[in-house]
Design a protein around this ligand. Structure first.
Ligand code: FEO
Length: 400
């Protein structure tokens, strides 16, 4: 892509990643892609804000070269040390060894650990300002959005917040860079929620703290390092992130995530009846076979919905392992405060529902019903499963 001027002498110079299959080596982005947005501010002192993963390096530097010789850049601000934003730092340093790296205090230590760089590094303090000519930058520490060293950079003249991971999402740029040009906002919002649930959710309290800390700043543009730039309605993404962060400690949306796995179809038969009941209740429902859908997508649904129904067979006296993996990831990501129900089939001894309770109760999931069936479900069992779905759906919809 060519550089895009977002305000006079302020340019987007990022790259799209349509090669990486698993973001962080974990989360599928093969179809969706992701962008690494970097920004170049040309002034008396020229500044790069955040970099990119070590892909498309030629393209990255050729975009900058179209605007300014790389050797003329004075500073590179590293808001966050994760290598999706710093991977090409080593190459940059070789091309332009005199560039001063600006990082937070903790960022300095990580810079040494990840890249073994100590020369031409300057620590900026929380709320420190830097005059670069006509423009001024102000740095705000926003720890744990996403790592402990993370900060955001505010450009005071044009009121632009360079927020790095904050307010970012998956999804390579598909031609449009700004929210007001984008006809696919539904795609970006969906991918922003998945990114939030996968990457940021654990740090929901720091997200709320950061939003509070920045709440008095006048912001005309939010320029994150992943996804669209928000200039028409920058507060929209702040509201979305705030809403999702609050789901950690308060009920989420009135919807149900139905998770199931089945070995020989008995739990699946029960699931079909539960689903019928849920549908009759009118509650919005998302269904996932945990052996077929990557947990990345399941986490987004779990984070968004206040109700969870788990259908899993007993496997060797305990829980069907793929369901255990999903619940373990929900534990890692602190998917908390859900209303839940459990069902499943067992052959000789039960064990799945007990193990599910052990896993979800520490997350403050209120288990309202457990329905275990020995072997194949009878007609009465199927009717009971349907009632379970209907009553559960009604309960979710009737919650305040
Ligand atoms: Fe986009 Fe935490 O890196």
């Amino acid at each position: 892509m060519r550089p895009v001027e977002i305000r006079p002498k302020i340019y987007w110079v990022g790259v799209n990643d349509r090669f990486t299959q698993l973001f962080e080596g974990l989360w599928p982005i093969g179809e969706e892609g992701v962008s690494y947005n970097s920004y170049l501010l040309i002034d008396e002192k020229s500044v790069l804000i955040d970099l990119a993963k070590s892909i498309e390096t030629d393209e990255f530097f050729s975009q900058i070269d179209q605007l300014i010789p790389i050797s003329k850049i004075d500073y590179v601000v590293l808001n966050h040390m994760e290598p999706d934003h710093t991977g090409i730092l080593g190459v940059l340093r070789k091309i332009a060894p005199k560039i001063t790296i600006l990082v937070s205090e903790k960022g300095q230590r990580m810079l040494q650990a990840f890249y073994h760089l100590t020369e031409n590094v300057k620590v900026v303090r929380d709320t420190e300002e830097l005059d670069i000519g006509e423009k001024k930058l102000k740095f705000y520490y926003t720890p744990f959005v996403h790592w402990p060293e993370t900060m955001m950079t505010y450009e005071t003249t044009n009121k632009i917040l360079f927020s790095c991971d904050g307010f970012g999402g998956y999804g390579a740029l598909r031609g449009a860079l700004f929210d007001d040009e984008c006809k696919e906002q539904e795609f970006y919002e969906r991918e922003m929620l998945r990114y939030y649930a996968n990457i940021v959710a654990t740090f929901s309290k720091p997200v709320l703290k950061a939003i509070e800390k920045l709440s008095s700043l006048p912001i005309d543009i939010i320029a994150p390092s992943h996804g669209l730039i928000w200039r028409k309605d920058p507060l929209k993404v702040v509201s979305l992130y705030k809403k999702w962060a609050q789901y950690m400690d308060s009920p989420a949306e009135k919807g149900v995530t139905l998770l199931y796995g089945s070995m020989y179809g008995n739990t699946e038969k029960l699931m079909s009846s539960v689903l019928k009941g849920l549908s009759a209740s009118g509650v919005p429902t998302e269904v996932f076979n945990v052996t077929q859908t990557h947990v990345s997508y399941i986490l987004a649904s779990l984070w968004k919905n206040r109700g969870v129904i788990i259908g899993a067979p007993t496997y060797e006296g305990s829980l069907f392992p793929p369901m255990g993996d999903v619940l373990q990831m929900a534990t890692v990501k602190r998917v908390q405060n859900k209303t839940a129900a459990i069902f499943g089939s067992y052959g000789w001894s039960g064990g799945a529902s007990k193990r599910i309770r052990e896993m979800v109760e520490p997350l403050n999931w209120q288990v309202t019903e457990v329905f275990d069936v020995n072997g194949g479900p009878t007609q009465e069992d199927l009717q009971r499963a349907e009632r379970l779905g209907f009553e559960f759906g009604k309960k979710i919809l009737e919650q305040p």
